[in-house]
Design a protein around this ligand. Sequence first.
Ligand SMILES: [Zn+2]
Length: 440
Amino acid sequence: MLLKSVRKSLYFPILVLILIFLFPLFTSAKRDQLNVLLITIDTLRADYLGCYGNRVIETPFIDKLAREGVLFKRAFAHNVVTLPSHINILTGTYPLYHGVRDNSGFRLDEKVVVLSEILKGKNYRTAAFIGAFPLDDRFGLNQGFELYDDFYGDTSHVNEFAEVERSAEKVIFRAQDWIEKNKEELWFCWIHLYDPHYPYNPPQRFKDKYPQDYYAGEVAYTDSSVGHLIKFMKKSDIDKKTLIILTSDHGESLGAHLEKTHGIFAYNETLHIPLIFYQEQLFSRPKIIHHLARHIDIVPTVLDVLSINTPKHVQGVSLVPLIKNPQKWKEQDSYFESMTPTLTRNWAPLDGIISGNYKYIDLPLEELYNLELDFQEEKNLASTESLIVKKLNVKLERVKKSSSNPEMEKKKRVTEDPETMRKLRSLGYVSGSAQKPSKK
Ligand SMILES: [Zn+2]
């Protein structure tokens, strides 16, 4: 009777709205009993995905994950090469802290805590399935993984790249097998898919679909492989008790700013990355977040979701409060660097900071971009906005000082053996012959 009268009244639509508003984003899923699946897609540019606005390339499976989860529109990496970037993702710390600044010459120190070690300590089974050599266990990211599957012996790619990479479906096949065997336990699984990385050589059906753009073909192929994995998870209801995080380590320039691939500059073609969190029961409605999010925020977010305390040294922050209430969020700054040119070619060190709408790149010729108006970074404002440049330079120096770790800074670089150098070179790294692109 009462309900009837309320329903008839003018207040009913308002009541419904209030109930919808109050319905918590974090509903009934048992947070301390969730598995964690981290998918990192190497060299995946955010704007090559439908969910980031691409209207040409078909990526239906990642788009669906984004639609049903939480998509961070403005997410950034801190490095533009594979090894340091993955260490940022898996430790929640800047390269200034963990000390790994490039793909060669560095090893992750055992003292640095990896997400796998934290979760293993909480009785999670842990495994990593690696797509290519830059994340080989010799570089030290295998800490805390009971299984670190970096066997590239069988590759569908061209022969000269055998032993250095393997296709997404092969990585996923092995990961699914492990998940199936461990499905009765709590687990953390990291899957690294390498296909969009140069050379672009997708399976024939994707070459046929994107004859002008084999990179797009690699992205679409990788999406289809992710689709197989999601279908497998849904079929056995594993997705219901799993938190899925999908990101990339960096993008690909594809000729923008006169850079062919990645690893030299830190423009948004390589620094802007996709970031999606999916958990059917926790994140109960689609959500797009426009505030800045960072790779170093992934570890504290995962730990927050699982109700595990974040270790004090972690430099990122949990994105859970941002997902719950974007209006109350305190915007974070994001540090970035590209040290490969310094370490291999003696160029000036490149680092910078994204703060609010601005991105400041600290080089002998400074650069400043308003990302709100100029996300493609075509108009350098450094000469006309000297006050902002000054302010951001101070902020950058402050972040560098507060984030650095003297113990790791003191560590000597490793001299790589000829085999390691050959393998990295075959993937386009440590090349001494590349031309110096002109800088703005
Ligand atoms: Zn990479």
